[in-house]
Ligand binder design. Structure first.
Ligand code: LLP
Length: 431
C-alpha cells in the first residue's frame, strides 16, 4: 500500500501563513487570540490515511475523543467515517451531541462511576470496556437491574515494554493502573462470560501514546491473539461472542524531528491479527487524527531580556496548551507573517508560574510585539486539556474548510468564569 502526496493544511501565500485557503490574520482579527484553528481537510486526510492502512481487513476506527472533543471536530470526523471512543459520561454526552449513534460509540475509562456505566447502558452503546473484575460485576449488576445484556470488552494490560516520549503516556507495562494484567486475563474473560447481564464481545489493549515504531504494539496485539485462541480452545463458551479485537490507539505524529509512525507496520499487524482470528479489527486513534490539523494562534505581547535570555511573552499560556509545561513537549512555533532575522528565545505565557512556557531556547525570528505566532501540532490534547487557571477564559476554536471558516466554540467570557458559583452558599445545617 503506497501513500499519495500529503496535502499540508498550513502553507504560506505571499509570506502569510494560512490554514487551507484562509489567511490566519483574518481569523485573529475577527476572533482574537489565543484561538485554536483546525483544518477540516487535514482531519479527513488523516482519517483516510489510517482507514487505507486497514484496507482489506474488516475494521472500525474509533476516534479517541479525549484528544479533541469539540463538536465541530467530532462532526467532521464522523462525516469522514469515524466511530468514537469515550472515557466519561461527559464525553458520551458530547459524542451524542455531535451526532454519533449508539452503535458507533464505545465507552472505556479506568474508573467509571456507577452513574457513568448507567449512562452508557441507557444509551445502548456498542461496547463498554471493563478494566477489572470488580467493574465487570458492577456492569453486570446494573445491566440486570435494567433487564438488558451489556456488550463488554476486557482491557488487557499486555505487559510489554513501551517506548513513548514520556512516562505519563505509557499504559501497557507491568504495574500500570490500566486493564487486567495479562496473567489474570484468561480467568477474567471466563468470569465475564459467566456473569448474567454481560456478553463478552471484544478484547482490548492500549499500550501508550505517540508510538512511532510499532514493535511493542504488534507484540501486544499478538498477546491478545494468544489469549483469544486459548479461550477458544479451553473455554469456547467464553470466546463464543468475541468478534472484535480492539488494538487501541497511540499512533504518533511528527512534532519536531520524530520519524512518522509506521502505518505499513499497522497494516501488517492488522492483517496478521485478522488472519489468526477472523476478528474485526478496531483501533482507537486520537492524536493521529487531530494533532496536525490544529494550530494555536497567539499574539506576542512583549519582549524582554532576562539574564541574557530573550523572552517573548505571548498571550497563550499553560492554561491554553499545557503539553510543554506538563511533558516538556515540543511544539513547532513560527511567526504568521514571514519575518527576517534569526533569533533565539524562550516563548512564554502570561501565567504566574515559571513552568508556563510554550518553548524554551527556541530559534525564532525577531518577532515584534503584536506579531502573531502559530503553535503547531496543537489539535490533539490542546484545548481539551486547557483550564481557567489564573481566571483566564478558555480560548476560541475555529474550523476551516477550504476557503470557509467558522467559529466552533466562542471564547469564554468573564461571566463564564463564575457560572455555578455562590459567594454566599445556601447553608445546610447539621442538627
Ligand atoms: N485509547 C485509550 C484507552 C487511551 O488511553 C488513549 C490515550 C487513546 C486510545 C488515544 O491515544 P492516542 O492515539 O491519542 O495516542 N495527554 C497526552 C496523551 C495522553 C493519552 C491518553 N490516552 C499528550 O498530550 O500527549
Amino acid at each position: 500500500m503506497g501513500e499519495g502526496v500529503l496535502t499540508p493544511a498550513f502553507t504560506r501565500e505571499g509570506g502569510v501563513l494560512q490554514c487551507e485557503g484562509v489567511p490566519l490574520p483574518i481569523i485573529a482579527a475577527s476572533v482574537g487570540t489565543p484561538t485554536y484553528v483546525y483544518s477540516a481537510a487535514s482531519l479527513r486526510q488523516q482519517f483516510e490515511r489510517i482507514d487505507a492502512a486497514l484496507e482489506g481487513v474488516p475494521h472500525r476506527i474509533h476516534f479517541a475523543m479525549k484528544a479533541n472533543g469539540s463538536l465541530g471536530v467530532l462532526r467532521t470526523l464522523r462525516a469522514a467515517g469515524a466511530h468514537v471512543d469515550c472515557v466519561s459520561s461527559g464525553e458520551l454526552f458530547r459524542a451524542r451531541q455531535a451526532g454519533f449513534t449508539p452503535d458507533e460509540i464505545i465507552v472505556g475509562g479506568v474508573g467509571k462511576r456507577a452513574d457513568e456505566i448507567e449512562a452508557a447502558l441507557d444509551a445502548r452503546v456498542a461496547c463498554i470496556t471493563a478494566e477489572s473484575e470488580a467493574e465487570l460485576e458492577l456492569i453486570a449488576a446494573l445491566a440486570r437491574a435494567r433487564g438488558v445484556v451489556a456488550p463488554v470488552a476486557i482491557r488487557v494490560n499486555p505487559e510489554v515494554t513501551v517506548h513513548a516520549f514520556h512516562e505519563y503516556v505509557k499504559t501497557g507495562q507491568v504495574g500500570d493502573k490500566f486493564g487486567i494484567p495479562l496473567h489474570r486475563a484468561f480467568e477474567a474473560a471466563c468470569y465475564a462470560a459467566g456473569l448474567d447481564g454481560l456478553r463478552l464481545v471484544a478484547l482490548q489493549h492500549h499500550i501508550g501514546s505517540l508510538l512511532t515504531e510499532l514493535g511493542p504494539y504488534g507484540a501486544a496485539a499478538d498477546r491478545l491473539v494468544t489469549l483469544l485462541l486459548r479461550l477458544r480452545a479451553e473455554a469456547p463458551e467464553a470466546a463464543r461472542h468475541i468478534t472484535t479485537l480492539d488494538l487501541g490507539g497511540g499512533f504518533g505524529v511528527t512534532y519536531g524531528d520524530e520519524p512518522p509512525v509506521d502505518l505499513a507496520g499497522l497494516t501488517t499487524v492488522a492483517h496478521r491479527v485478522h488472519a489468526a482470528t477472523g476478528c474485526i479489527i478496531a483501533i482507537e486513534p486520537g492524536r493521529f487524527l487531530v494533532a496536525e490539523a490544529g494550530v494555536l494562534l497567539t499574539r506576542v505581547l512583549y519582549r524582554k531580556d532576562s539574564g541574557g535570555r530573550a523572552i517573548v511573552i505571548a498571550d497563550a499560556g499553560m492554561n491554553d496548551l499545557v503539553r510543554p509545561a506538563l511533558y516538556n513537549a515540543h511544539h513547532r512555533i513560527e511567526p504568521v507573517m514571514a519575518t527576517v532575522g534569526a533569533g533565539q528565545a524562550d516563548i512564554v505565557g502570561p501565567v504566574c508560574e515559571s513552568g508556563d512556557f510554550l518553548a524554551r531556547d527556541r530559534a525564532l525570528p525577531d518577532v515584534p510585539p503584536g506579531a502573531l505566532l502559530a503553535v503547531h501540532t496543537a489539535g490533539a490534547y490542546g484545548f481539551v486539556m486547557s483550564s481557567n487557571y489564573n481566571a483566564r477564559p478558555r480560548a476560541a476554536e475555529v474550523l476551516v474548510d477550504g476557503t470557509r471558516w467558522g467559529v466552533i466554540r466562542t471564547r469564554e467570557r468573564h461571566e463564564d468564569l463564575v457560572r455555578g458559583e455562590r459567594a454566599d452558599p445556601d447553608w445546610s445545617i447539621v442538627a
